[in-house]
Structures are given as C-alpha cells and as structure tokens.
Design a protein around this ligand. Structure first.
Ligand SMILES: [Zn+2]
Length: 300
C-alpha cells in the first residue's frame, strides 16, 4: 500500500475531490492530512531559492545566518513583515494560521475514511492543555498521530513536554518540523522520550546531515521525504545514508510543487522514490510499509 505520510488539507489550493483524483493517478491509496498552515495561501518559492536554502541548512555555519534572517520574517501575530512581502509572488505577503483547524481534518476523515488518515496538529502556544486537544480528536477514526511545528509557531521544543509525553503514552507518532536553536533541540526530545516514535519532517530540516547520525542510532526516529525543500539528488543522498528503513514517502501537498494544471503535482516526489536505485522491497518500505508499521497501534 502506498501512503503519503505528510500532506496538508488546504482546499483553496486543492479540493479534496481533486486530491483523491491525483492520488488515484499515482496509485496512492491513503494520505495522512494535517490542517492548513496559512490563512492566506502561501506563495511558491523558486527552485533557486530552495536550492540555496538547502545548501545553507546543510552547513553548520550558514545555518546560523539563515536562523538570524528567519527571525525577521513575521511579527508576533504571525503576519509576514512588509519588507518580506515584497519577495512573495503577488507582493501581498501572507499570514500564518496560529490555531490549527483540526476539525477540518476530522471532517475529511469522516467523509473519506478509506482514503485519508489524520494528524492532530498541536500548537502549545494556543493549546493550553495539549492533552485535552489530543483527547478531543484521538478517537476520531483515522487520526494516527500528533503534528507539531516549532518553527512555524515559534516555540522551544521543551514546550512540547506534555504533548510528547502523551504521544509516547498513547503510542502515537510525533511528526515534527523543527526550527533553529531551542526550537530544534532534538537531542533533548529523543533522550527525554526514548519510546516516542518521531518522524522528522523534510529529512530533518533545518539540520539535515547534522541530525542523521542520531536518527540512525535511535530506534524510533525516522525522516519523511516530503516537500520541495528536498530535491531528487538530495533524496538519493538521504536514502543512501539513512537506509530505506528510516525513510517515509510524503509530499507536503498542496504546497510547493505545481504541475501543468496549476495545481499540486502529486507525482513529482513519488517519481524521485520510483527512480531510486534500490530493491523493490526497500521501495515498498519507503512508499508505505514503514509508515504502516509505525501507525499500526494508533488506529482507533
Ligand atoms: Zn508540511
């Protein structure tokens, strides 16, 4: 079974019916959805910019510069500062979603239970009791884990203490997109919660090769291969270093990779995995088998 382990539900960019059509075209049976991350639609970044970013994050020195620049992007309300709006497509900028709309994902699961799984999106800055938010959704059929985004929502990893503890207790995997500095204290996370299954989004962005040795060592750590932040060559490198057992297919749909129809190109990242020079057994692991094993006990 092919499963996309990391996608967003953002019907302004891709309706759920169109998404199912695209999944069918690529033979993708299920997609694990996360609530949308912007109030206004996020403009695409250019290939060039993404390539520069990737190089920077893979270097310990340049990552510090990227970290400082990233602090200037948004104001405290999550609105992109005017200077940066100039670099977005329509120059209007955009606004982050601060309160994750978990209801939207629950509704999609009810409507298409055969095609979708769901992540409960926690922001400790607005969910004063993450345990309550997890409790509210975890019995919705198809909810399989917890998503957190310390970079986007700007909080130190240690603010995830109660979220991570509850995830570990319930055996729900944690999908995390880290930020810089204390927003990326991955050592603390794996050492404090040794039995928590952790999927580091986008191959460990923004740490990449600096976090890979830890992922190799830690039994319950994985990466997803989602997003235009990666490239075909970079994906080859990640899989050859970490091995197929540690890598999960994901897209980050509908953000980042636009096809000829102006909508998300669902086959793009799958093409990277299809063309990897690995055994069919390993390909099956990356495309779904690993993820199926991770979420085995989380089906409610
Ligand atoms: Zn994402």
């Amino acid at each position: 079974m092919i499963i996309d382990c990391h996608a967003h539900l953002d019907e302004r960019a891709l309706s759920i019916e169109d998404q199912i059509k695209k999944m069918d075209e690529e033979g993708i049976e299920k997609t694990a959805l996360i609530a949308r991350i912007t109030e206004t639609l996020e403009p695409d970044k250019s290939e060039f910019l993404l390539g520069v970013q990737r190089q920077m994050m893979n270097s310990n020195i340049l990552r510090k510069i990227a970290s400082l620049v990233s602090l200037t992007f948004y104001d405290s309300k999550g609105v992109l500062r005017p200077i940066w709006s100039y670099f977005t497509d329509d120059k209007k900028g955009y606004t982050k979603t601060i309160i994750p709309d978990n209801q939207s994902v629950a509704s999609a699961l009810e409507k298409f239970p055969e095609r979708f799984l769901g992540w409960i999106f926690i922001n400790p800055k607005v969910h004063s009791s993450p345990e309550d938010e997890i409790e509210k959704w975890r019995n919705t059929k198809g909810m399989i884990g917890i998503k957190v985004h310390p970079y986007w929502h700007q909080f130190p990893l240690r603010d995830l203490e109660s979220t991570a503890r509850r995830s570990e207790e319930l055996n729900l995997p944690l999908l995390i997109h880290m930020g810089f500095g204390d927003q990326g204290d991955f050592k603390w996370l794996v050492e404090t919660f040794p039995h928590l299954k952790i999927i580091f989004a986008h191959a460990g962005l923004p740490y990449y090769k600096s976090i890979w040795p830890l992922i190799q060592r830690h039994k319950y750590a994985y990466v997803d291969l989602s997003s235009a932040h990666l490239s075909e060559n970079f994906t080859k490198k990640v899989v050859s270093i970490l091995g197929a057992d540690k890598c999960l297919f994901g897209t980050d749909s509908p953000y980042g990779i636009t096809g000829e129809d102006g909508k998300y190109d669902y086959g793009h990242i799958k093409g990277w995995v299809d063309r990897l020079n690995i055994s069919e057994e390993d390909r099956e692991k990356i495309l779904g088998k690993n993820f199926e094993e991770i979420i085995e006990n989380s089906f409610s």
